[in-house]
Design a protein around this ligand. Structure first.
Ligand code: ADP
Ligand code: MG
Length: 441
């Protein structure tokens, strides 16, 4: 009896959205134990059961994870409903009425499949992205175009994607959480915050485990469902400010044009060039590794097309920069390790990075680029972190590039390009301070 009296109101609200004719993309969760996995399994089970012959997906960042964790919850849900008319296969679940649920591996392979083309051929009725915090935003974008394509017309049902997640400052934050908080969610989107306290089936032990979590960041995120909790106090840029750089339309492009080029090294990095006019930077070149000669030609053409003179171009010196300068005489070669113009910083790159962070935090910087570039730039800027202050010199420093690469899984090419641009912004605080780069005043 008591069992029946239990209702998770948040899950009920989710069902309303999952059934209406308005919302298409429903994010649920933003904390631990709120019944996310249960909701996903139960919703799909009902859809499959009541709509024979339909096809649904469950996607996670890792196929092994989906098989294991989803299968366990699915089994529990089926048991609680006394439902047996399905069987599990290595690809998902097949129902006796011909409906199926397919496990999708949403791992991002930037080299092998940068646009998730492998998802492009399948057609689904709808689907669920579980633990979406680990999933690349492009997977969501592509899946949006794959639903509503299998028997939706026959049954007259709208296409839906359920997204379940813990708080994460990535596309989930900008697509769902922040607009929800500001009452600006687009009509087709919904967000339902669901905490462990909202779930009457969560055991006392589980709640206590979350409550007594020693790690403050984990506790804030998973117990309180706090999306704003700053994961890292050493981050130089405020995350909201980072997100704002793509919409800071009040920042006007006035002044001389400048180019900053981060040169690709043997297929590891990208060749990225930004053009800045005042504090507005547009990405004008973005390629996988190109040979030195082609880089030179591209840069030369960019200077002509955008009317930027040599002394207003900066390129990195780790490798190709030296080579470039000999061909494109007069461009600035960025030596990040050189002495800073201001002695408070451990080197020139650090000073430039702090300047960039200052402009970003003051909402005085704008970047114009594609949506894909946007996601990468956000991730890279979030890696702009202060290294533990060196107690001997008391100078400010950054975490190493290797640390950034380890966190990003790639080289921070856009970040380096933006940092180099600041060579045109920084100033010497004292007269007569030495610098390797020609006077920038
Ligand atoms: N509607 C429900 N009916 C019965 N048990 C539920 C229901 N929703 C959640 N639970 C139980 O509550 C606990 C937490 O749910 P779960 O879906 O695993 O949460 P999350 O995925 O958000 O961490 C699990 O033990 C789950 O079985
Ligand atoms: Mg779960």
């Amino acid at each position: 009896m008591e069992q029946e009296a239990k209702i998770n109101l948040k899950q009920r609200l989710a069902y309303n959205y999952l059934r209406d004719g308005i919302h298409k993309f429903i994010a649920y969760g933003g904390a631990g134990g709120g019944g996310k996995s249960w909701l996903g399994c139960e919703w799909l089970m009902q859809c499959c059961h009541y709509l024979p012959g339909t096809r649904w997906f469950v996607g996670r960042n890792n196929l092994k994870d989906s098989r294991e964790s989803v299968a366990i919850t699915f089994g529990k849900v089926a048991k609680s409903h006394g439902f047996h008319a399905y069987k599990q296969t290595s690809d998902g679940f097949v129902f006796n009425n011909g409906s199926e649920i397919i496990f999708l591996d949403l791992t991002y392979y930037p080299m092998k499949d940068p646009m998730y083309e492998r998802l492009g051929s399948k057609e689904y009725t709808g689907g669920w992205i579980e633990e979406a915090g680990q999933v690349h935003y492009l997977a969501f974008e592509v899946l949006k175009t794959r639903v509503g394509r299998h028997l939706n017309d026959v049954y007259g049902i709208p296409s839906k994607i359920l997204v379940t997640c813990n708080p994460k400052k990535n596309w989930l934050y900008t697509t769902f959480y922040r607009p929800w908080k500001e009452h600006k969610l687009e009509r087709e989107y919904a967000f339902i915050p669901a905490l462990v306290q909202d779930n009457p089936w969560a055991t006392e032990d589980y709640i206590e485990m979350l409550r007594s979590t020693k790690d403050e960041v984990t506790k804030q995120r998973l117990f309180f469902g706090n999306w704003e909790y700053d994961d890292d106090p050493t981050a130089l840029c405020d995350y909201d400010a980072i997100c704002d750089i793509f919409t800071n339309e009040h920042v006007k492009a006035t002044g001389l044009g400048r180019l900053s080029a981060d040169l690709a090294m043997k297929g590891r990095d990208r060749f990225v060039t930004g053009k800045a006019v005042g504090h507005v930077c547009t990405i004008i070149i973005d390629k996988e590794y190109s040979p030195g000669k082609m880089i030179e030609t591209d840069l030369r053409n960019a200077m002509i097309e955008h009317r930027v003179s040599r002394s207003n171009v900066v390129a990195d010196s780790d490798g190709l920069g030296a080579f470039l300068e000999s061909y494109l005489t007069g461009i600035k070669e960025f030596r990040g390790g050189a002495r800073a113009l201001d002695d408070r910083y451990d080197n020139l790159k650090t000073q430039c990075a702090f300047k960039l962070a200052e402009l970003i935090n003051n909402r005085d910087f704008r970047v114009i680029c594609s949506r894909e570039q946007e996601e990468r730039i956000k991730a890279e800027l979030a890696q702009l972190k202060q290294a533990s202050v060196d107690s001997d010199t008391k100078k400010k420093g950054l975490i190493s590039k290797d640390q950034m690469k380890a966190a990003l899984n790639h080289s921070p090419d856009y970040l380096d390009m933006l940092i180099m641009l600041m060579i045109f912004e920084i100033r010497k605080p004292l007269r007569g301070a030495k610098a390797t780069v020609t006077d920038v005043d």
